[in-house]
Design a protein around this ligand. Structure first.
Ligand code: KIV
Length: 303
């Protein structure tokens, strides 16, 4: 297997001709041009998504569920999160890559938050770090920002917190909750967040957040009014058994995998597996006294 794009036959031309920066996203927002974001977790997927022209990729903590099979995002291991962030950036160097800081990697102390965010920026090569936060965490956003770490503040439904209270649920469904989400967005933006991400809220909440937002707002299950939209790539391509209600798959890769897996099982059973055969160097097979054509390569224990 070769991962090098230079060796790949029919490699499509990259669609992103310039590196995507926060400036790019601001300019798109000013032009009212919605930008696409996807959560993905490995270099190969990131490379294909970047070829497709997806400007923003998130190495999301949803990897805990999607990649590692945990029930909750709070089980995301910190070192794994840093590794997948770097993998996504290596696969898509021109996309803006956000790292998702895992549960408890920025809560215990500002020093710990700074140290871990620093690892995402250096080892993980992240362009932005994302934190699920409310107004009480504005201090952390302020310190990270002043240290030069661009922060995306994730408000509304926050799966890291809500998994403790019975799984992700929509936020902002009462007038009080709506006020809270808007207060969180304002406080975190005032503290220096360069992006807001708002998850699973009614349109009324998004509308009010959009009214106060001075930075690009990315939505997931938050209606169409946001500046950008994000989904987990597995939900987009039909790999998720029970996708969230806001996911609108545009491909059926799960069905294709199923078909390919079944085909492989059949090919192996039939003995009709493909692949190029190897032959011995000229004159070598005579030395072992066998015909290379018929040699299965197995060592016989009956001789
Ligand atoms: O981890 C994740 O996938 C997210 C979503 C907002 C896409 O945080």
């Amino acid at each position: 297997m070769s991962l090098s794009p230079q060796n790949a036959a029919n490699t499509p031309e990259p669609t992103l001709t310039e590196p995507v920066t926060l400036k790019t996203l601001k300019a798109m927002t000013h032009r009212n041009e919605a930008f696409a974001c996807l959560a993905c977790y490995d270099a190969t997927t990131a490379r294909w998504l970047s070829r497709a022209g997806v400007p923003v990729l998130l190495a999301g903590d949803s990897a805990a569920q999607v990649m590692l099979g945990f029930e909750r995002t709070i089980d995301m291991p910190l070192d794994f999160a840093i590794q997948i962030t770097a993998a996504v950036k290596r696969g898509a160097p021109r996309s803006l890559v956000m790292a998702d800081m895992p549960f408890m990697s920025y809560h215990r102390s500002i020093d710990e938050a700074m140290g871990n965010a620093g690892r995402f920026m250096t080892e993980g090569m992240a362009d932005v770090v994302k934190l699920e936060a409310d107004e009480t965490q504005a201090g952390i956003v302020d310190r990270l920002t002043r240290a030069g770490v661009p922060v995306c503040a994730h408000v509304g439904c926050k799966p890291q917190t809500s998994s403790v209270t019975g799984g992700p649920v929509a936020a902002g469904r009462t007038a009080n909750e709506l006020d809270q989400v808007v207060r969180d967005a304002i406080a975190l933006q005032d503290a220096g967040a360069v992006l807001l991400l708002i998850e699973a809220v009614p349109d009324e909440v998004t509308k009010q957040v959009m009214e106060v937002a001075q930075v690009p707002v990315i939505g997931i299950g938050a209606g169409t009014a946001c500046d950008g939209q994000i989904l987990v790539v597995n939900d987009l391509i039909g790999l998720t058994d029970f996708p969230p209600r806001f996911a609108e798959p545009v491909a059926a890769v799960g069905d294709e995998l199923l078909r390919a897996g079944k085909q492989w099982v059949q090919n192996v059973r039939d003995g009709s597996i493909g692949g190029k055969r190897y032959s011995m160097r000229m004159g070598e097979s005579e030395k072992v006294g066998r015909n290379a054509e018929n040699d299965s390569g197995r060592v016989s224990n009956q001789s």
